[in-house]
Design a protein around this ligand. Structure first.
Ligand SMILES: [Zn+2]
Length: 148
C-alpha cells in the first residue's frame, strides 16, 4: 500500500492504481469497497448530492448520505449539528405540490429539532466550493446554538 493515497470515505490507504482509477471514474479517491458503495448510492442519490457530500467530507463534516428519518430519505444529514440538506433540481420551484410537500417536510423536521437547508443544483454546478464553505458556516453556528 502506498502511504500517499487514501480513500476519502474511510481514510484507508489505497494503491496508486486504485487512486488513479477512482479519480478517473468518479472524480474522487475511494477504496474498492467505497467505489462499489458510491456506485450503489448513485442509484438513489443525485450526482449533485454526492458531489456536495464529498465536498463537505473534505472539510471534515460528518455528513450522512440518504439518511432515513422514519418518513423519507434526506439527501444529506449532519445529525450532530441538527441540519438536513436537500439538494434540489429546478422542478422543486415550479410545482405547488412539490413546493408544499417540501415545506411540510421542512416543518416536520423542524419540529424534531432539525433545520433543513435547501441547495439548488445550480450552486453545485457553478459554485460548489463557496456553497460548501457557507454550509460549514451554518453548521458551526448551529453547533454553537445547540450547545450553548
Ligand atoms: Zn474506503
Amino acid at each position: 500500500m502506498d502511504k500517499n493515497y487514501f480513500c476519502l470515505e474511510c481514510n484507508q490507504p489505497i494503491t496508486q492504481g486504485v487512486f488513479n482509477f477512482s479519480v478517473q471514474q468518479l472524480g474522487i479517491p475511494l477504496c474498492m469497497y467505497h467505489q462499489d458503495w458510491i456506485n450503489q448510492m448513485s442509484e438513489q442519490s443525485t450526482f449533485e448530492a454526492i458531489s456536495l457530500y464529498f465536498e463537505l467530507k473534505q472539510r471534515g463534516v460528518p455528513a450522512e448520505l440518504e439518511k432515513f428519518d422514519g418518513f423519507k430519505h434526506i439527501d444529506l444529514a449532519i445529525s450532530e449539528a441538527k441540519i438536513n440538506i436537500e439538494v434540489d433540481g429546478g422542478h422543486h420551484n415550479y410545482s405547488y405540490e412539490q413546493a408544499m410537500a417540501d415545506l411540510k417536510r421542512t416543518y416536520h423536521s423542524f419540529k424534531k429539532g432539525f433545520y433543513t437547508v435547501r441547495i439548488p443544483n445550480v450552486l453545485i454546478h457553478g459554485r460548489i466550493q463557496e456553497t460548501a464553505d457557507y454550509i460549514v458556516g451554518i453548521l458551526n453556528e448551529n453547533l454553537k446554538r445547540n450547545y450553548r
